[in-house]
Design a protein around this ligand. Sequence first.
Ligand code: EPU
Length: 337
Amino acid sequence: MKIERHKSLKKYNTFGIDVIAEEFIEITSESELVETLSNTTEKELFILSGGSNMLLTQNLHSLVLHIAIKGITILEDTDTYVHVSVNAGENWHDFVQYCIQNDYGGLENLSLIPGYVGSAPIQNIGAYGVELKDTMLSCDAIDIKTGKKHTFSNADCKFGYRNSIFKNEEKGNFIITKVTFKLSKGNHTLNTSYGAIENALTNKGITNPTIKDISEAVIEIRKSKLPDPSEIGNSGSFFKNPVISKDHFEQLQKTYPDIPSYTLDEQQIKVPAGWLIEQCGFKGKRWGDAGVHKKQALVLVNYDNATGAEILDISKRIQKRIREKFNIKLETEVNII
Ligand code: EPU
């Protein structure tokens, strides 16, 4: 394995932020990873997967490990389901498309999410009524301190909304190398209840959709709303959708009768951050090369050469304004480095 020095990470993060890694190693196998870890105990490490959920605001003086371990293996194949293991360095969307081509069901709603497979469990990626936790059986990870492999079951991961054990008590302790899914064969359970999917299918006159139809509908919806990172740098939703109390929501409803919401339980309501940000007039605004996407206010964008600090500054201004106007605290979904 080769150590690259003074390497630009612009191509390695979907925001396209040009920061420098002092040292960078591309990891292509689990054994290479274990060997590297055993040789670098003194160094601070930075684990880089698809770079799709981070905002880099400074040069990295640590050793950057880019986890590029590839490969897909079928572990069990029956008439009704399949167990598929996929290595961390596979591109998420390519893996979803592989599943669609083989008629393995369960991940179609998660089409076109940027990033690698290895980071998908960390924030329990989700879209259009489906989350990774619905089909993930387990994931393998290497303990950074000991170099030992550990298998986490679905329950071990303590999944929540854009959350898992890897963002909490085990933060920074493990490197995910492989994720295993149980996917359906033949008799798929489809999830088409999300309004936008229903509309897209109806518009196409599809009443009995296949998983491929759903994947295509999701791709169409995402393309119509979300910027393609290969054209405009971004990290998808920059903020989480905040959860507020029912009382607080009812207060807001008096002033904003059209406020959209998802009821979580008797006491808690989730409000779309994109709507709140739009109400504050940020949607489509641009300062230099940094801005707020014109079709989805939840997404901050780098038009070309914005710095991480410029994007961070916009995010802070948005948080401040939302606090003032709605008394709501917006939390970032993206990791700020
Ligand atoms: N809305 C606005 N203005 C905007 C954006 C949204 O008024 O600029 C309103 C919409 O009209 C709608 C509501 O907000 O009433 C929700 O919008 P949308 O369906 O686009 O979903 P979202 O809540 O903004 C979440 C996820 C997305 C995911 C979609 C679809 C979070 C933080 N984001 O967005 O995830 O694709 O639902 O399931 O939960 C990501 O995590 O990177 C991501 C893109």
